[in-house]
Design a protein around this ligand. Structure first.
Ligand SMILES: NC(=O)c1ccc[n+]([C@@H]2O[C@H](COP(=O)([O-])OP(=O)(O)OC[C@H]3O[C@@H](n4cnc5c(N)ncnc54)[C@H](OP(=O)(O)O)[C@@H]3O)[C@@H](O)[C@H]2O)c1
Length: 296
């Protein structure tokens, strides 16, 4: 009995790997191991059949994601309420800018035509009901539209738990978690593996849609505010250096989350684009330490 189970497991795993290879070649590119070292994978600047849509591509994180995706030769579209950013950096001419509001599903459906992957960087602060709408409702609308459209990957820039901050920013965190739940429901992820490898094989054959949730803490880098550039790394970089070596501190009850290391915006961008385009990238929740690991 034990040997039958073992052989079934091995069969399932090799079938899964074959399946992923099939899926990758169907997308017209080779599998990536994540190292991206000139083997025809994500690091190459060759024309790609991938069309990536970044919700909130004119924001702080979104603009870095757009640039990262362009550097990898992808076709990049962005959608937000204001569309094209007011500044005139040369990379902005290579993006297709759409105007739309995720709170009005009809305003963004046409931008989703032919999209293979979506990354959502839409979020914000304000009153609790407003934070829920922008971090929750707006993104849930995006997840529903992407699932209907049959996009194969949806990456959501979420937020790490911040202990006591949860109570101060309840609408923000409840919105984030509601979107994560919808994403897991509409574009299920690797959690199914523990249920049955055979089932996930069947599922993958039927539908290759997968959701990835990046739970970042404080994201640092250079943030534009109007014509000003805020060098957030002045504080973020040294904190990241210290705190990434003190993972145990983040486990302290209640105050532990305050020790979650900040992460540079380019690391988030790298991981988001890889997660959106590399079928071997693990779906599900990626925490700050995962972002730091995959982002280098
Ligand atoms: N920055 C951080 O330290 C940090 C940390 C953890 C998690 N995050 C998360 O990462 C994501 C990006 O953060 P960020 O700092 O880059 O924020 P940001 O600069 O404020 O960007 C937010 C983007 O969302 C767009 N947007 C807002 N409401 C929209 C709507 N209804 N429909 C369509 N687009 C809309 C905005 O453009 P328009 O105004 O033109 O619509 C903007 O492009 C957010 O979800 C945030 O919660 C950020």
């Amino acid at each position: 009995m034990k040997s039958i189970l073992t052989s079934r497991l091995v069969d399932s795993q090799s079938s899964l790997s074959r399946l992923l290879k099939m899926a990758a070649s169907r997308n017209g590119r080779l599998l990536s191991t994540g190292s991206n070292k000139g083997d025809g994978t994500l690091g190459d600047k060759q024309p790609s059949t991938e069309k990536i849509l970044v919700f909130g591509g004119n924001g702080f994180v979104g603009s870095h994601i757009c640039r990262e995706a362009l550097e990898r030769g992808l076709t990049v579209h962005s959608l937000s309420r204001s569309g094209r950013p007011s500044y005139q950096d040369s990379w902005t001419n290579s993006i297709v800018w759409h105007q739309g509001d995720l709170l009005s599903p009809d305003s963004f459906k046409s931008a989703m035509t032919g999209v293979t992957s979506v990354i959502s960087c839409v979020g914000g602060f304000g009153s609790n009901p407003h934070m829920y709408r922008i971090n929750g409702t707006a993104n849930i609308n995006a997840v529903i539209a992407a699932a209907e459209q049959g996009v194969k990957r949806f990456v959501y820039i979420s937020a790490a738990d911040f202990g006591l901050m949860y109570y101060l920013l309840r609408g923000y965190f409840e919105g984030k978690r509601a979107t994560e739940t919808e994403l897991t429901k509409k574009l299920p992820h690797g959690g199914l593996v523990s249920f049955s490898l055979a089932l996930i094989l069947d599922f993958c054959l039927y539908c290759l849609q997968l959701g990835v949730i990046l739970r970042a803490g404080f994201i640092h880098g250079t943030r534009r505010v109007g014509q000003m550039k805020l060098p957030l790394s002045v504080i973020g970089a040294p904190l990241e250096m210290i705190l990434k070596r003190a993972k145990l501190l983040s486990k302290i009850p209640l105050i532990g989350p305050l020790f979650i290391p900040p992460v540079h915006v380019t690391s988030v961008a790298k991981v988001a684009v890889t997660a959106a385009t590399d079928p071997t990238f693990p779906p599900g929740i990626i925490d700050v330490y995962g972002i730091l690991q995959h982002g280098h």
